[in-house]
Design a protein around this ligand. Structure first.
Ligand code: IMP
Length: 488
């Protein structure tokens, strides 16, 4: 008598989700917790990412998220030209290197220089000779006080010729040391006599000390990408341009565990310089395949993103019967990463409802988390604030919803099963407007930090070692406010 199918059901492990688990309290040595993490060569003071969705992350969200120490992954439901513009905006939003430096020709008059500085609202300009090389600095302090000297004088007679400069690629710390040593406020970047940029003391003192930055002090930029290698040279050309502004590409498909996606992505990883996060996947086997058999270039691969079917706007699991809820997928892939390449970071994506779900993800091996649901209602998300029955709301839609496919359609057809035309895998709805991102991030940080304190972990690595338990349905009901007369 065969027991194949009965065993298939009876011997299976439980596919758990956030509400199924609870972290057990641990011994708290200190209230000092560090939530910072590394992914590849990048450091994040906030282990949180905003989802690559067209109602969540465009340049405004990406900039603010990076300023707050996390990362916003720009969506791909639009033209490559628009993606390029958004990435340029992120990279230009904040830098300690000014690229468009105000200059003046050595033969200009003092009067012209004075006008130029007043027009641009700056206190000094770099002087350029006729070979296009930097030959001096002229500042407001060099303007003679006698009127006729201003009228007739030449910049070259009043400028400082002894330029204190720094080489391209200097770090923030090197620049700060040089500015301090010479008691100056501006430092031209010069290579072989040619002006390459300018560093000012003002730009070195950031308003956002936790920002996620590259080695030039520019904000980190991440973009969703199709795993298919572009067929036309025109698209390949613009992708190469985009590559110059992006630090990390995120392959953006519901299920990445596909031969076709592996082959396309391998070509992309060879063609583009930036790092890659691959996803989404949901099982140990998929991660094992990626890490041991698929042949992805090791220097490019820095992370794997997991979770399938948990998203608040997602209907993949009910439409197709397939899924790997985020907590389950995280534990599965974390084990494979431990076994085959502990340098790879794990991003738990989707399904987060409460701040307390963050510590739960870290407790089963995540390094960072990604959410759309927490952020779609923020001021910085794309779209307008609407009012429904007196409540302020914003639209939040799945990238597989009819609405998202209708508008951008062709751009994200390969996010799901490409030939599928009529079966949506996501929905579109309203979420409450929740105000500026900073407030939402603050609550999430508090939930995470307090969870770590209760659990007795002082950093994310310690958090991965805390104990968890399974919750019974009765226990789950008890976790929430209950037996009250009011709205709960
Ligand atoms: P949420 O934060 O729970 O709403 O989940 C967001 C995540 O759901 C995203 O980061 C994507 O991985 C995933 N997702 C986005 N759109 C869809 C969809 O239409 N169907 C299924 N999953 C989606």
């Amino acid at each position: 008598m065969s027991d194949y199918y009965r065993n298939k059901i009876n011997s299976k492990e439980l596919i758990t989700t956030f509400d199924d688990v609870l972290i057990l309290p641990g011994y708290t040595k200190s209230y000092d917790v560090d939530i910072g993490v590394n992914m590849g060569k990048y450091h994040f003071n906030l282990p949180i990412m905003t989802a690559a969705m067209d109602t969540v992350t465009e340049e405004e969200m990406a900039i603010k998220m990076a300023l707050l120490g996390g990362l916003g992954v720009i969506h791909r439901n639009c033209s490559y030209e628009k993606q390029l513009d958004m990435c340029i905006s992120v990279k230009r939003a904040r830098s300690f290197v000014i690229q468009d430096v105000a200059t003046i020709n050595v033969d200009a008059t003092v009067k012209e220089a004075k006008y130029h500085m007043e027009e641009a609202g700056i206190s000094g300009v770099v002087v350029i000779n006729n070979e296009n090389k930097a030959c001096g600095i002229f500042t407001k302090r060099d303007i003679p006080y006698r009127e006729h000297e201003i009228r007739n004088g030449k910049v070259k007679d009043y400028m400082t010729t002894d330029i204190i400069s720094i080489e391209p690629g200097a770090s923030r710390e090197q620049a700060l040391a040089m500015l301090f040593k010479n008691r100056i406020e501006k430092l031209p970047i010069i290579s072989d006599g040619y002006l390459k940029g300018l560093i000012t003391i003002k730009d070195l003192k950031p308003e956002f000390p936790n920002a996620s930055i590259d080695n030039e002090g520019r904000l980190l930029c991440a973009l969703a990408i199709s795993p298919q290698f572009p067929e036309t040279s025109q698209v390949r050309k613009i992708l190469q341009k985009i590559d110059q502004y992006v630090d990390i590409f995120f392959t953006d498909v519901a299920d990445f565990y596909k031969q076709k996606d592996f082959e396309g992505t391998k070509k992309l990883m060879k063609f583009l310089d930036s790092n890659f996060v691959l996803g989404n996947i949901g099982t140990y086997e998929a991660a094992e395949h990626i890490l041991t058999k698929a042949g992805f270039p090791e220097d490019k691969l820095i992370g794997i993103k997991v979770g399938m079917g948990s998203g608040s706007i997602c209907s993949t699991s009910i439409q197709t019967g397939v899924g790997a809820p985020t907590i389950y997928a995280t534990a599965q892939v974390a084990d494979a990463i431990n076994d085959y390449n502990p340098d790879i970071s794990l991003i738990a994506d989707g399904g987060f409802k409460n701040p307390g779900d963050l510590p739960k993800s870290f407790s089963v091996g995540a390094d960072l988390i990604m959410s759309g649901h927490f952020f779609a209602g923020c001021t910085e998300s794309p779209g307008y604030i609407d009012t429904i029955q007196g409540r302020k709301v914003k639209v939040y839609r799945g990238m597989g919803s009819k609405e998202a496919r209708k508008l951008g359609g062709k751009y994200i057809a390969d996010r799901y099963v490409e030939e599928a035309k009529s079966l949506p895998e996501g929905v579109s709805d309203y979420v409450p407007y929740v105000g500026p991102l900073a407030g939402v991030v603050e609550s999430l940080k508090e939930g995470l930090s307090n969870g770590m304190i209760y659990a007795g972990a002082q950093n994310i690595n310690e958090m991965k070692r805390v104990k968890i338990g399974l919750v019974s349905p009765v226990g789950l009901a008890e976790q929430k406010p209950h037996d009250l007369m009011g709205k709960y």
